[in-house]
Design a protein. Structure first.
Length: 255
């Protein structure tokens, strides 16, 4: 039961953050590129597993370089790429806020689980809360790093989620076991039934709460779709090519 509740929150955070950062679910966005947001440039690069070429595309205030080679641009293309980079940077604060809100939802849900199963054992809850706070800080820092040009991917986020779950589950399960043992030793069957009922109620309540907030976050992500469509249209107007016969195409946004 606890594992289901805990993973519910973290899985939601992972899925929603990936959606917010990539737009994949909300806008049917597809891209083979990972983007690094630098102070003076946007760098698009392929993963090690992707054998496609070119390998890296750099945009900086209307300039374009591909695999380290500067590309001569027309005046119109320079203007288009300036607008492209400017719009991507304008989206950054909104996308980041969505990602951080998703993480907060997950940790709030897990904190509620910890409080319930710790019961009146304040020391037990404090131990768990401390680990929870540390894990939350690490995940928020990862999101901050993603928007400070240090590089980040969905795989990195998944790894942080898995690490947080691995650290928190033993402590939380220990709280459950402790509570269950105390109830069992008391011989109070009514208390045992109440503990089970309480766990079931908690799962339903958290799922309902998470889903409600998920819908709000999804709506915010979907509201960004027209702007992603606009970026896709700018790409279609760029005459510079990534390679001979390969048009400038970093993202594809579906219907």
């Amino acid at each position: 039961m606890l594992r289901r509740i805990t993973l519910l929150g973290f899985s939601f955070a992972c899925a929603t953050t990936a959606m917010a950062v990539s737009g994949e679910e909300a806008c049917n966005l597809e891209t083979p590129w990972a983007v690094e947001l630098q102070s003076d440039a946007l760098v698009f690069s392929r993963t090690a597993e992707d054998a496609g070429t070119p390998r890296a595309v750099r945009l900086a205030d209307g300039s374009l370089s591909i695999d380290g080679r500067d590309i001569v641009l027309s005046r119109d293309d320079r203007r288009r790429l300036q607008a492209y980079e400017s719009e991507v940077r304008a989206l950054i604060p909104e996308v980041k806020e969505i990602a951080l809100d998703a993480i907060n939802i997950a940790f709030t849900a897990v904190d509620e689980v910890a409080r319930m199963f710790a019961g009146k054992d304040d020391a037990s809850y404090e131990r768990t809360a401390e680990k929870l706070a540390t894990a939350r800080i690490v995940m928020r820092r990862k999101v901050d790093d993603a928007f400070k040009g240090r590089g980040w991917s969905d795989d990195d986020f998944d790894a942080v989620v898995e690490e947080a779950v691995a650290q928190l589950l033993p402590t939380l399960i220990g709280d459950i076991v402790g509570t269950a043992v105390r109830v069992a030793l008391s011989g109070d069957e009514a208390a045992a039934r109440e503990l089970e009922a309480r766990a079931e109620r908690m799962e339903r309540e958290i799922e309902t709460r998470v889903e409600a907030r998920a819908e709000a976050i999804e709506a915010r992500a979907e509201a960004l779709c027209p702007r992603l469509v606009a970026l896709d249209r700018i790409e279609a107007e760029v005459t510079a090519e990534l390679a001979p016969g390969q048009r400038f195409d970093l993202i594809t946004v579906g219907d």
